[in-house]
Ligand binder design. Structure first.
Ligand code: ATP
Ligand code: MG
Length: 436
C-alpha cells in the first residue's frame, strides 16, 4: 500500500524459511492484526517478539505496528487506551494480555538538541520509514500473521541467524539521536548472546558521555530493564567493557577497587539472574539497595568519623547516596522508601537481644532485610554465624527461640505466629533498653 515508486522493497521470508508457527503468537496480538486488517489497515507483529521467535525464545510481550492512526486504533478496540509517553501509542487489552500498538513513524523531522538527540519522534510515516527508524536490524522485522511472511528491509533476518546486533544506518548518528540505544545494544547482546557488530560498536566509547543528557527517569527505566533481563551480570560486565557505566551508577567504578564490594555485587546480580531465569519475581528495591550498599557503607563510615552516632550517621549516609544518585538516574520514591528500610534493618539485625529479635521478625521488610544480610554474610562483610543464627531463629519453636536469645533477653509477648504450645510460660521481659 505504501510502496510508491522508488521505495525499497523488503525481502520476504515465507513460513518454510523463517519457521515461526502462528500458534506461538499470542491470542491478543493475532486478534489485533486480524481486526486491523478487516478494517483495511495493515497490522504486523514487530520488534523483539519476531526476533525472539526466530531464536526460539518465548517473547516477553507482543508489539504490533500499523498504518492506522492511534485514534483509529483506539476506536476499533473497546478495551483499549491511548497512552502518550514519548509518542502516542495504544494499549489493547485482552484478558491479562496487553498488546502495544504503534503507528508507523518516520523517525526524522523531529526536533533535536545540540548533541543531535531527538526530542520528539512522533511524525507518522510509511512502513519503510518505520523500519528505518528502528534501532537494530534484528528489531526491524515485520511478521504478517495473515500470510505468515516475515518482511525484512535491513538484513535483520540474516543478522539474527549470525547473532549480530547491528544498528540501522550510521551508528554515530543513531546513537546521538538516542544515546539509550547504546545501552540497548549492550542489553540485547548480553541477553541474547549476540555480538555487537564492529561498526556499531566503534563509536560507543567516544559517545558514552551522551548518556548524561538522557532524562534521569528514562535512564532508570532502561537500567531496570537491563538489571531484570536475567543477564544482569553479563550486561554490567559489558557496560564496563564498552565504557558505558560512567554516570549511570557511580559505584560501578568504585567497586572494582573494593574486592568485597565487587563480591557482594556479583552475588546480588547472580542471585537476581537465577531468580528471573527460574520465572520468580525480583524486587527492584532490593536490587538497587544492593547496588548502592557499598556506597552507603562508605558514606556511613565517613559520617561516623565526623562524630555522629551510628544510627543517625547511617540515615544521613542513605540520604546522601540517594541524593547523589538522583541527578544521574533517578530511582522512584516508591523504591527508595523500601531501600531505606532494607538498609536500616542491617544494624538492627546485628543485635540479637530478645525483645528486639522478636520485634524484627514482625517487621514488614524482615524477609528482605534478612535476605540482604545473607548476601552480606556470603560476601564476607558480616560473620556467617550471624546469618545462620537468624536462619535458625525464624524457623525455631518458641522454646528454642528463647534459648537462642542472648542471656537476659526475652520477649514480653509471644509472637503472632503461634506454634503448638511449648512448655511453660515465656521468661519475664528483659530490660534491654528502648527498641530501635
Ligand atoms: P524486549 O525484549 O526488551 O521487549 P524489544 O526489541 O521488543 O525488546 P522494546 O523496548 O519493547 O524492545 O521496543 C520495541 C521495538 O521498538 C524495538 O524492537 C525497536 O524496533 C523499537 N525501539 C524501541 N526503542 C527504540 C529506540 N530507542 N530507538 C529505535 N527503535 C526503538
Ligand atoms: Mg518488546
Amino acid at each position: 500500500m505504501f510502496n510508491m515508486g522508488a521505495e525499497p522493497e523488503p525481502r520476504i521470508y515465507a513460513r518454510d524459511k523463517h519457521g515461526i508457527a502462528r500458534s506461538s503468537i499470542s491470542h491478543g496480538a493475532l486478534k489485533v492484526c486480524e481486526i486491523l486488517r478487516a478494517h483495511n489497515y495493515s497490522g504486523y507483529i514487530v520488534g523483539g517478539a519476531v526476533r525472539d521467535l526466530l531464536l526460539g525464545v518465548v517473547p516477553k510481550d507482543f508489539d504490533v505496528a500499523t498504518d492506522a492512526h492511534p485514534d483509529e486504533v483506539h476506536r476499533l478496540f473497546r478495551r483499549s487506551h491511548l497512552i502518550g509517553r514519548r509518542f502516542k501509542l495504544v494499549h489493547v487489552l485482552f484478558g491479562p494480555e496487553t498488546v502495544e500498538v504503534s503507528t508507523f513513524r518516520a523517525g526524522e523531522g523531529g526536533e533535536a538538541d545540540e548533541h543531535g538527540r531527538l526530542l520528539r519522534d512522533n511524525v507518522y510515516g510509511t512502513r519503510v520509514q518505520d523500519a528505518a527508524r528502528r534501532d537494530f536490524t534484528a528489531n526491524a522485522l515485520y511478521y504478517d500473521p495473515h500470510d505468515e511472511t516475515v518482511l525484512d528491509y535491513h538484513g535483520g533476518f540474516a543478522d539474527v541467524r549470525k547473532k549480530t546486533m547491528r544498528i540501522i544506518g550510521d551508528p554515530a548518528l543513531r546513537f546521538r539521536e538516542d544515546p539509550v540505544r547504546m545501552l540497548r545494544a549492550v542489553r540485547f547482546a548480553a541477553k541474547l548472546g549476540f555480538s555487537i557488530d564492529q561498526k556499531t560498536r566503534a563509536p560507543i566509547r567516544e559517545l558514552a558521555d551522551l548518556i548524561e543528557n538522557v532524562p534521569a527517569a528514562r535512564l532508570f527505566e532502561e537500567m531496570l530493564k537491563l538489571l531484570l533481563s536475567g543477564h544482569s551480570a553479563a550486561c554490567l560486565a559489558q557496560l564496563r567493557k564498552e565504557g558505558l557505566h560512567h554516570g549511570l551508577l557511580p559505584l560501578l567504578d568504585v567497586i572494582v577497587e573494593q574486592p568485597q564490594g565487587e563480591r557482594f555485587l556479583r552475588l546480588a546480580l547472580d542471585q537476581t539472574d537465577a531468580r528471573i531465569r527460574a520465572g520468580k519475581s525480583v524486587s527492584p528495591a532490593f536490587l538497587f539497595a544492593a547496588l548502592l550498599w557499598h556506597e552507603v557503607l562508605a558514606a556511613w563510615k565517613i559520617n561516623e568519623g565526623k562524630d555522629l552516632r551510628s544510627i543517625p550517621a547511617l540515615y544521613l549516609a542513605m540520604d546522601q547516596v540517594l541524593d547523589a544518585q538522583t541527578d544521574k538516574l533517578s530511582i522512584p520514591r516508591r523504591l527508595t522508601t523500601t531501600m531505606k528500610e532494607i538498609w536500616s534493618l542491617q544494624p538492627r539485625l546485628e543485635q540479637r537481644s530478645g525483645k528486639r529479635a522478636f520485634v524484627l521478625l514482625t517487621h514488614p521488610r524482615f524477609r528482605a532485610g534478612y535476605d540482604f544480610m545473607l548476601l552480606r554474610a556470603e560476601s564476607g562483610e558480616v560473620p556467617m554465624e550471624l546469618a545462620n543464627w537468624w536462619t535458625r531463629f525464624q524457623d525455631a519453636e518458641m522454646e528454642e527461640r528463647n534459648a537462642m536469645l542472648i542471656p537476659d533477653a526475652a520477649p514480653k509477648k509471644r509472637p503472632r505466629r503461634r506454634r503448638k504450645s511449648t512448655s511453660g510460660s515465656a521468661p519475664a521481659p528483659a530490660r534491654d533498653g528502648p527498641e530501635n
